[in-house]
Design a protein around this ligand. Structure first.
Ligand code: HEM
Ligand SMILES: *[C@@H]1O[C@H](CO)[C@@H](O)[C@H](O)[C@H]1NC(C)=O
Length: 298
């Protein structure tokens, strides 16, 4: 009995690790700014920390912005571009509920980076969004991880590119799985990324003044943990698409593994975030280093 149990556990682990195996990206690297802007990580971190102290929405808003950016035209900060005629990515229906604080987080961090002479015109908005996302995760009690860097900013952002490419609340498991698969992400990625997103979403009271800051109490619901998966086991998913994550044999196996082992969840979550951050990345002259994150360079 005990032996059976151990065999089952290690098979589950092996299965998860294989599904989320994490080769290095050919294009991105962690020390990309080592010579051009060696302090970029601490500059962004300090700016994000300040913003997070002003409003707790900074956390969920930034994470969600990153997710939406990467799913549409790749992680190229195209979601931040504004259009005078209202036909940019962010004007699409599925993006209208993106909170302004996510955009503000990136814009302010970029300004902080630009104000350091050696970093001027060196760091992309896409990389700043990836760094800021890592920082809000860490500052919410999530795992610490290194971010791959070297993304260029896209020059194209259209409303028409969004429709049908982001998951909706009523999606069943098959639809969610297919949408993630169309981006090269696995079922394990789907379950790991959604879990933490829902954790933050739930922590955000809808009917309070978002300008009122809440203290980042380690015992508060903003804490990164695996309770979302425990709730799913008990049928307490908030949206239909939440409970859908506990509806197939395979997804139940992943949810059960995350629910019973939070360090496993953290480890897989980090590898899934890293793979999300590689989607459709632009390098070389496929993109540019935007001066202002809201507009393409003229
Ligand atoms: C997998 C299926 C998913 C569905 C169906 C979904 C859908 C939604 C919906 C309906 C909302 C509420 C929007 C509103 O306020 O009106 C939301 C919020 C949010 N989503 Fe997703 N989402 C999914 C996956 C993800 C993923 C993978 C991430 C990030 C890795 C993410 C991050 C967030 C966050 C952080 C919020 C809260 C934003 C805030 O309160 O400002 N979501 N999502
Ligand atoms: C939990 O997951 C970690 C991998 O992150 C593993 O090393 C550990 O053995 C697992 N614990 C149990 C009880 O399976």
């Amino acid at each position: 009995m005990v032996t059976n149990c151990i065999i089952f556990l290690s098979t589950t682990l092996l299965f998860l690790l294989i599904l989320s195996s994490n080769q290095c990206s050919a294009q991105l690297k962690r020390d990309y700014y080592r010579d051009s802007c060696p302090n970029v990580e601490s500059i962004v971190r300090n700016s994000v920390k300040k913003k997070l102290q002003e409003t707790f929405v900074t956390g969920p808003a930034t994470l969600r912005l990153f997710f939406h950016d990467c799913f549409i035209q790749g992680c190229d900060a195209s979601v931040i571009l504004a259009s005078r005629t209202g036909d940019a990515e962010k004007d699409a229906e599925d993006d209208l509920s993106l909170a302004g604080d996510g955009f503000d987080t990136v814009i302010r961090a970029k300004e902080a980076v630009e104000s350091v002479p050696e970093c001027k015109n060196e760091v992309s908005c896409a990389d700043i969004l990836a760094l800021a996302t890592r920082d809000v995760i860490l500052l919410s009690g999530g795992p610490k991880y290194g971010v791959e860097l070297g993304r260029k900013d896209g020059r194209i952002s259209t409303k028409a590119s969004v429709g049908g490419h982001l998951p909706l609340a009523h999606f069943n498991y098959k639809k969610l799985r297919n949408m993630f698969a169309s981006h090269g992400l696995s079922e394990v990625d789907l379950i790991a990324l959604s879990g933490y997103a829902k954790q933050l979403q739930k922590a955000c009271p809808r009917d309070v003044d978002p300008r009122v800051a809440v203290p980042l109490d380690p015992a508060s619901p903003l804490k990164f943990d695996n309770s979302f998966y425990k709730n799913l086991q008990q049928g307490k998913g908030l949206l239909a698409s939440d409970q859908a994550l506990y509806s197939t044999r395979k997804s139940k196996r992943v949810v059960n593994a995350f629910a019973s082992n939070s360090s496993l969840f953290e480890r897989i979550f980090v590898s899934s975030m890293t793979r999300l951050g590689r989607l459709g990345v632009k390098t070389g002259n496929q993109g540019e280093i935007r001066k202002d994150c809201r507009v393409i360079n003229s």
